[in-house]
Write a protein that binds this ligand. Structure first.
Ligand code: HEC
Length: 121
């Protein structure tokens, strides 16, 4: 009986360790397997939250073009500028957003969106 209890405890602890470790990367794997990334579902809010303070229409703070709708973002996705700018390291010239690099998981989602054809919905 004592041993059974010990084994149960050990298993419970192993389970806890296993579950508490589901990091952002696991969430990304789920997206990879099951979901096509779309502008409407995912990309628009990332851009709104991180870019449109400057890339508004009209632009502010010296941003060179707006990123307020699908077509404006698509142009920069297709010509490579979008991924290049967010891939630069914080502090590098033309790293976007200038205040600091997005989390790698977010950059990965944008890259996946572009690789899948940058669909709108
Ligand atoms: C604080 C204002 C600000 C924010 C926030 C911002 N940008 Fe910019 N962005 C600029 C400015 C200013 C430039 C022009 C920089 C230059 O040419 O040196 C620029 C340039 C760019 C360029 C052209 C870069 C190049 O390589 O020529 C891209 C693409 C871009 N931004 C995308 C983004 C994206 C995507 C985000 C959000 C993830 C973002 N920006 C957030 C101000 C901003």
């Amino acid at each position: 009986m004592k041993n059974t209890l010990k084994t149960t405890f050990a298993l419970a602890i192993l389970l806890l360790i296993g579950c508490s470790n589901d990091s952002e990367s696991d969430l990304i794997e789920q997206i990879d397997e099951e979901t096509v990334v779309s502008y409407n579902a995912t990309i628009q809010s990332v851009i709104n939250n991180n870019c449109v303070a400057c890339h508004s229409d009209p632009t502010q703070n010296g941003a060179p073009f707006p990123l307020t709708n699908y077509n404006q973002v698509l142009i920069r996705a297709e010509n490579g500028q979008l991924l290049r700018s967010i891939s630069r390291q914080t502090g590098e010239a033309r790293a976007m957003p200038p205040s600091g690099r997005l989390p790698q998981a977010t950059i990965d989602i944008i890259e996946k969106w572009i690789n899948e054809g940058a669909v709108e919905e």
